[in-house]
Design a protein around this ligand. Structure first.
Ligand SMILES: Cc1cc2nc3c(=O)[nH]c(=O)nc-3n(C[C@H](O)[C@H](O)[C@H](O)COP(=O)(O)O)c2cc1C
Length: 313
């Protein structure tokens, strides 16, 4: 590592949390706390799988598939042990030594209040999943909730009033009113916004494989094929709410991708699909490479701190 590169600062500060490096895992990737604990040295912050009020089974396999070189699709169905079991795991591990963000979802305000109020002493922030694109028919969670500004306002406000930890709203490029929903999140008191979740619902057939590859038939796209959607969502949110911290994601797999996200308006980023098929050991090596690659790219841009990139074309 050259002398200049050593001085490059790849950290970010979001909602009073120091995120170093400014790269976290996306929710749903390395879902549970013991794995997050093993990986903590490599990420700036760790995010759990989305947790609901009660135990929930996911969809049957197959739940994840690669459709083409750049396109991945999943419909896992939000399997989780319910918040009380999750709280046990969190209490065993907290504090983790890095900011720990618990992703939550519910269709009920009362459940959301209880979850954040009970789990707040075992984590550093919450991320509300307003963006999963494949709930069960008739279920008002994820994107079904996150496209309704009135519901978003009520859930963000309820979460903020029920805990003393930062609340991040996770949104999707798959909604038509992202600009309006982002503004609503800010007005309701959200401390940050993350985007994008997977893109969909998308049919899991391909021109080559016509039948659906997922048991749920429809799923959400992730990986390099959605990078433009992720960047677009960051630009829309940044334009709509110039002040809000943004965690950008969707198709990131190199230092250059991170630079693009920061230039689009992100303060930090998250990565998911890039870890596909990697063992826990390989994830550590890959993250070392990512941070090194980011440093090189920042050096090329003449940026000493990540946020310097925000002012660059
Ligand atoms: C297998 C899988 C499971 C996921 N589970 C969740 C989840 O539980 N909650 C959530 O908010 N997002 C979930 N996501 C979405 C990711 O957090 C991320 O927003 C999306 O995959 C885009 O980033 P990527 O292209 O780097 O994967 C999941 C994605 C994948 C691939």
């Amino acid at each position: 590592m050259g002398k200049t590169m050593a001085r490059v600062d790849v950290s970010a500060e979001i909602c009073g949390m120091k995120i170093e490096p400014a790269v976290m895992n996306a929710s749903g990737i390395f879902s549970f706390v013991p794995v997050l604990k093993r990986l903590r040295e490599h990420f700036g912050a760790l995010v759990t799988k989305s947790i609901g009020y009660r135990e929930r089974e996911g969809y049957e396999n197959p739940v994840f598939a690669q459709l083409s070189e750049k396109d991945y699709i999943n419909a896992v169905g939000l399997p989780n042990p319910g918040y009380r079991a999750m709280l046990e795991e969190l209490l065993d591990a907290y504090p983790l030594g890095k900011p720990l963000i618990v992703s939550v979802f519910s269709s009920s305000i009362a459940e959301m209040r209880e979850m954040v109020s009970e789990m707040q002493y075992a984590c550093d922030a919450f991320e509300i999943n307003f963006s999963c694109p494949h709930p069960r028919p008739g279920e008002r969670i994820g994107k079904a909730l996150g496209s309704d500004p009135i519901a978003v306002e009520a859930f963000v406000d309820a979460a903020k009033r029920s805990c003393r930890k930062p609340v991040i709203a996770k949104l999707s490029r798959s909604i038509d009113n992202l600009e309006e929903v982002a503004r609503t999140c800010w007005d309701a008191g959200a401390d940050a916004i993350s985007a994008t979740n997977t893109i969909g619902p998308t049919h899991s057939g391909t021109p080559r494989i016509r039948w659906p590859v997922l048991s749920n038939v429809e799923g959400g796209l992730s990986g390099p094929g959605i990078k433009e959607k992720g960047l677009e969502s960051v630009r829309i949110i940044r334009k709509s709410v110039p002040e809000i911290p943004i965690i950008g994601m969707g198709g990131i797999s190199s230092g250059r991708d991170i630079v693009e996200y920061v230039k689009a308006g992100a303060d930090a980023v998250a990565m998911g699909t890039a870890f596909d098929l990697k063992s826990t050991g390989q994830v550590g090596e890959f993250m070392e490479w990512i941070v090194e690659d980011l440093r090189k790219e920042m050096d090329k841009e003449g940026a000493k701190r990540l946020k310097d990139l925000r002012r660059m074309p």
